[in-house]
Design a protein around this ligand. Structure first.
Ligand SMILES: C[S@@+](CC[C@H](N)C(=O)[O-])C[C@H]1O[C@@H](n2cnc3c(N)ncnc32)[C@H](O)[C@@H]1O
Length: 227
């Protein structure tokens, strides 16, 4: 995509599309549908999840304290849920994703798969995980998804978000700054949304949540959100 930035900025026809469309000739969702559930996207998501979960389960295990059931909403092929189920066998893990993704999910004894739409229904659980998914939607849609998640958890439950928080305090670190710039370009390319802490908080309040906690991990953060 980087090589097409010039055309994207200077060509009127190209500027009307996302950078991703200029490079690939279709939207991310059309490409996913074309390539099937085992396409380049899923492979990239699994690679990212393996790295993120290794860090989370090593250094931030406390976020799962008191959780006996968890739904990874938009959890793709279930890499995060499988890692949690392996590390915490007492946690009943479920993955919710669109039917064309779930159809390609591996068979598992540890993880249950549910085909559905997160805008319609999220299965009930102590915790709902939203890893790198709210960034694909504008605020209005992200708030709708957060509301569905709130309906799915009990009073003492929580939503756990792994996502980018712009300027999360670590911006003095050069490596993190450079990583953020690469992410800025990638998010620009897929027409994704990056949010700072205030923008996240505004959505939590709109969705009816009462409390939240931000924990920066590299250039992304763990955000725990409480009813
Ligand atoms: C950017 S990927 C993130 C996948 C995974 N959470 C991860 O971090 O590897 C977004 C995921 O959300 C799923 N998704 C998009 N719209 C959805 C919807 N309306 N209901 C359920 N899942 C959805 C996609 O199929 C995809 O697996």
């Amino acid at each position: 995509m980087l090589f097409d930035i010039k055309e994207w900025f200077t060509d009127e026809r190209a500027s009307a599309m996302t950078l991703f469309e200029v490079t690939h000739g279709c939207t991310p969702s059309k490409m996913k549908a074309k390539k099937g559930a085992c396409g380049i996207f899923q492979a990239a998501m699994v690679a990212d999840t393996n790295l993120v979960m290794e860090v989370v389960l090593k250094e931030h295990m406390d976020i799962f304290k008191g959780v006996s059931s968890l739904v990874d909403a938009g959890g793709a092929l279930g890499a995060a849920a499988a890692a949690i189920a392996k590390a915490l066998p007492h946690v009943k893990c479920t993955v919710l994703d669109l039917p064309h993704v779930i159809v390609g999910a591996p068979t598992s004894h540890d993880v249950q798969y549910v085909a559905g739409d997160v805008f319609e229904y999220v299965p009930p659980a102590d915790a709902i995980l939203l890893k790198w998914i709210l960034c694909i939607w504008r605020d209005e849609d992200a708030v709708k998804v957060l509301r569905r998640c709130k309906e799915a958890i009990p009073a003492g439950g929580k939503v756990i978000i792994f996502d980018g928080v712009v300027d999360s305090g670590a911006s003095q670190n050069v490596i993190l700054k450079e990583t953020q710039v690469l992410f800025d370009i990638m998010m620009m390319g897929i027409d994704g949304v990056e949010r700072d802490e205030q923008q996240w908080k505004k959505m939590f309040v709109e969705a009816g949540f009462g409390d939240y906690k931000f924990t920066p991990v590299g250039h992304r953060s763990i955000i725990e959100v409480y009813p």
